[in-house]
Design a protein around this ligand. Structure first.
Ligand code: BG6
Length: 444
């Protein structure tokens, strides 16, 4: 058996076919897979290797030769013992989240994760369903694994453009002095999509937009924007700073959920579903750097544009010397992650001519897409080589749940109307309410 093995549980699922296998193929093509690497697809179905491979799509034989399939049940330690693992194994749990706990216990019982140097477990989001369930799952993880074996995936952390927040912030002094409450008036974070829940109602009905996007992808972006510079660029230090930023985060009071009209008519959605497909509101980071600066966020399905971006609105100069500048003031730093990633710095300049007129100008850097990582390939590669920098630490995941937990309205008090406001597909959520939160710099 080969040295390094990746075992994918849930191998017959959508994620494996659409994301994991193409990502592995990308690594294969770039010759980034270790020598003698082996990929074992596992699921309960006994369909056999040929049928599994046929279901994955077209790939060259040299790649397919790395793949094997075995029928095994994560719910039974005895069945897991049959997997022909190698010396150094990575187990990818691409299965429904309610199976994570049992999966970890059975991997342990089967003796597959005893060696903390040579076994890892990759866990897909969501890690838990709310703060309480995430804490329970974390108890199981702590009992059976060492944190250094655990790779909690948030695929946004595998996007080059998201990682670029760290590079832009910490490899330049240009932004450094501005990056605080003295110069920043407001931060806006958008993760908006034009698609709906696309046949994923079974999952989405139990998740909704708070669990699907806010608790993970958006909170990670908040952490990267708000964190202090790590003293070293390694997993321990990066994650230490992110945890500190997240620990200081709390939701404000302008919270709002929405649901697009037509969602309830989709297959598998309850007629009276209260699942939010849109969430927006304000968040604060109560520390010396950010106290009082609103981090306004918006994420939703069936909105006018697909876009993930952060807008940093700068304050007015202390003394306005130029007439009209207050009205025209648009000074912003915009980090646009997808699609068409770019960085904009918008500042005021003099209009050409005799009169002293100020007009906005935009300095734009377009981020080159060629060769850019979109998520899974980079993260799978980093997991295989044992770099946890772009994976979510237990404390980060728990702090993120703490922040958004109230919005899930599972307890006594709910800070939003239990019935989400309805909105027409193609609008920015329930706009009559959305626009009360702030003056949004809508992506366009
Ligand atoms: C996933 C969510 O994590 O991220 C989906 O479950 C969402 O609902 C997707 O569509 C967005 O990812 P990306 O990479 O397309 O922005």
């Amino acid at each position: 058996m080969s040295d390094k093995t990746l075992v994918i549980f849930g191998a017959t699922g959508d994620l494996c076919r659409r994301k994991l296998i193409p990502a592995l193929y990308e690594l294969f093509e770039k010759q980034l897979l270790p020598k003698d690497f082996n990929i074992i697809g596992c699921s309960r179905s006994d369909r056999g290797r040929d049928a599994w491979i046929a279901s994955l799509g077209k790939y060259p034989d040299e790649f397919l030769n790395l793949l094997d399939y075995i029928s095994a049940d994560l719910g039974s330690a005895a069945s897991l013992k049959r997997i022909p693992v190698g010396d150094d194994n990575t187990f990818f749990l691409s299965v429904p989240p309610d199976r994570y706990g049992a999966a970890i216990m059975n991997l342990k019982e089967a003796g597959l994760v005893d060696d903390s140097e040579k076994s890892k477990v990759i866990i897909e989001k969501p890690f838990g369903y709310d703060l309480r369930s995430a804490e329970k799952l974390q108890d199981i993880v702590t009992t059976h694994l060492r944190e250094k074996q655990v790779y909690r995936i948030d695929h946004y952390l595998g996007k080059d453009t998201v990682y670029n927040i760290l590079t832009t912030r910490f490899s330049n002094v240009l932004l450094q002095p501005l990056w605080n409450r003295d110069y920043i008036e407001e931060v806006q974070i958008f993760a908006t999509e034009t698609i709906g829940c696309e046949g994923r109602s079974q999952y989405y009905e139990t998740a909704g937009q708070v669990r699907d996007m806010l608790q993970n992808h958006m909170m990670q972006i908040v952490a990267l924007i708000a964190m202090e510079a790590p003293c070293r660029l390694d997993a321990k230090e990066i994650r230490r700073e992110k945890v500190k930023a997240l620990s200081a985060a709390r939701l404000g009071e302008k919270l709002l959920t929405g649901q697009y009209i037509g969602y309830r008519q989709e297959e598998g959605v309850r007629e009276d579903s209260m699942t939010p497909t849109f969430v927006a509101g304000d968040m604060y980071i109560d520390n010396w750097r950010w106290k009082g600066v609103p981090f306004n966020f918006m994420t939703g399905k069936k909105l006018p544009y697909q876009c993930c971006e952060v807008v940093i609105k700068l304050k007015q100069p202390t003394l306005n010397l130029f007439p009209g500048v207050e009205q025209a003031h648009q000074d912003r730093i915009v980090m646009w992650f997808q699609p068409d990633p770019h960085l904009d710095i918008r500042i005021d300049m003099k209009s050409p001519g005799i009169e002293n007129i100020v007009e906005p100008a935009t300095l734009t850097h377009t981020y080159p897409l060629k060769g850019a990582s979109q998520g899974y390939s980079k993260l799978i590669y980093e997991a295989i080589v044992g770099d946890q920098s772009n994976f979510v630490h237990a404390e980060e995941v728990l702090e993120s749940w703490r922040v958004v937990d109230n919005l899930l309205c599972t307890g006594q008090a709910c800070p939003v109307r239990t019935t989400p406001y309805l909105y027409h597909p193609g609008l920015w959520g329930p706009v009559h309410k959305t626009n009360l939160i702030t003056t949004w710099d809508y992506p366009c």
